[in-house]
Design a binder for this molecule. Sequence first.
Ligand code: PEP
Ligand code: MN
Length: 336
Amino acid sequence: MLVVMQKGASEETVKALVNAIENRGYTARPIPGGERISIGILHNTGSVDANHFQGLDGVKEVIPVTKPYKLVSREFKQENTCIRVGDAVFGNGSLPVIAGPCAVESEDQILSIANSVKDAGAALLRGGAFKPRTSPYSFQGLGKNGLELLAKARKETGLPVVTEAMDVETFDLVEEYADIIQIGARNMQNFSLLRRAGKSPRPVILKRGMSALLQEWLMAAEYIMEEGNNQVILCERGVRTFVRHSRNTLDLTVVSAVKKESHLPVIVDPSHAAGVREQVISLAFACAAFGVDGIMIEVHNKPEEALSDGAQSLYPEQFKTVMEKMKAIHAIVGKN
Ligand code: PEP
Ligand code: MN
């Protein structure tokens, strides 16, 4: 249920409404909008009687919410959510690009990549310090040292950093260093991790699970928002299908489907979708044309020596060309 307030409703009127909702045992969540404020009613076990609130002071209308997700839905908030990090804005029609290696491997590696992606026009630097690897024998990331190297790269280039929090135990540490915290595909339904991310002051990139339905993905985002963190960026990274010609299958249609259902920004990671760099390049062009809210691409200075995801990492020179072309494509078709 959503209580929409009249334009210009005073703070006291809103507060009185919040009290009226809470006195009935529900949670009230004010949602500021462009024109007027709305108040979402949460934690109702059964249906809520609209008549309780319909005639109260300052109330314009009471709208039943038909979707299982609430805070993430366009029923609750019509305007796009814009998330600003450094100079980048996700959700305003621009195309911020997050680029960097799969994993931070050494000081030379991360500084070299950070400088080249910055020169090419990337808005943020990515790099994993805690890596969710399929095999326990694969490189697991540098941990705290990786975070320190990211901080060094940020200082040198001015680029904000995106890095993954893999579990609740190391979340505090990652939060100290990250400008945006990534929750990976394998952890999309790690509910304790989602709740912890919901208590963070940092924006969160929530990657789509490799076989997640749109509804499951949005419900995962709902966990984060329900804890109070409204800064959620959704990231499509390909889903598992029967094909063998690419690592995963990029599902671009989910971007438009999600944007219909939700006000949250949706970015795309063509690197983990494709798994091989030639495919990453053409998918990146498709993303730029599609009107996505941002792109995340893996770049490595020596992909053949990379400790993870070398085959899908672009060479810095390739990335530079891709950036120029994406910019041109986005200028023609991407903005709407
Ligand atoms: C990554 O971004 O390096 C990563 C592991 O991504 P995903 O969770 O999408 O597999
Ligand atoms: Mn990777």
